[in-house]
Design a protein. Sequence first.
Length: 407
Amino acid sequence: MNAPVTRWTAAGAAELADVVALRRAIHAEPEVGLHCPKTTAKLRAALDGLPLEIHESTSTTGFVAILRGGSGAKGDNGRTVLLRGDMDALPMQEETGLDFASTIPNAMHACGHDSHSAMLVGAARALCARRDELPGTVVFMFQPGEEGYHGARFMIEDGLIDIARPDAAFALHISPNMPSGMVVSRAGPLLASTDSLNFTVKGRGGHAAMPHDCVDPLPVACEIVTALNSFVARQIPVTDPAVLSITKITGGSAYNIVPGEVTMLGTLRTLSPQTREKARAGLIRVAEHVALAHGCTAEVRIDEGYPVTMNDARAIDLVRGIAEEIDAENGWRTMPAPMMGGEDFSYVLREVPGCMAFIGVAAEGSDPDTNPPLHNTKMTIDEAVMAKGIALHCAFAEAVLEGGLPQ
């Protein structure tokens, strides 16, 4: 292991106790959405006294903390790197039984954002301690609203990444279903775009004993579901796939009444802008024409979700090299295929080259395959892994500042 990576692994270990305490404090008081004032206050307090410029988001409680290193502090053209940690929780009732479990009803850090933001604080402390040696600028992005609220997009629209425009960006996400300490990612698409689908099928209601006097939208809605799945299976190539799930159908009020309207909800996931556009247009066309064939109408509204999370191959090479230096045998695994979940760090990666990686936090002796997964009420993590997460952040930042990635 070379000297720089060794330095950052030692720094991560030194920060671990304080970072664990911070993570537990955040975990006990989770907040959902774009406005997380208690979490923001804890993070700001943990950064107090460091040589950082703080710039607040105007539309969220997020903020960026900017460290101008030896070159950046002198006002020259040193590089800039962005590191992100999200801070929001999920609307779930925690069932872990931990001493520091959530004290807030129906709110839980079941996706690890408490550890993400705490690790970023540890990285900020470690990098600030070597400020004069850094040949550029580090932007620490503390972001709420990742869980469906487009927090990264709002912070970008607030101009926060333009204060010190990054040359590269990096984010780390924990996974309880990967071996402890293993770093996993891939070049190209990592996670899917996420669009929400809203269908309204309208007919003409009436007495269920006389359906011939009605235009029943219920069987039409069922036929639309079948037709939509056929469209995806037959017109979207498996080499650039889409996943369509209709997850809710609502209609009717009694056993003897044909409803006049049925609503359906679903989600569309894709891995490229081209397939996303083709699938959206096809879903609208199929729904409208199937409804028309039966004397109904279909209205389709697509709420645009996150873009595809697209990793830059050069950034992946940097992270892989760092992970393998830390642990040559078990430090890295290339993900064989993208996952169809979504992530709003995709907004940052649409602006700046970089990558996201997963880090395994399965506790020693547990089975990663059967551990409660992300978004589960019993999800827990191996907190010791956060030391490695701090080191990864720091080593990635230093590698970019010293010449990695941009060409």
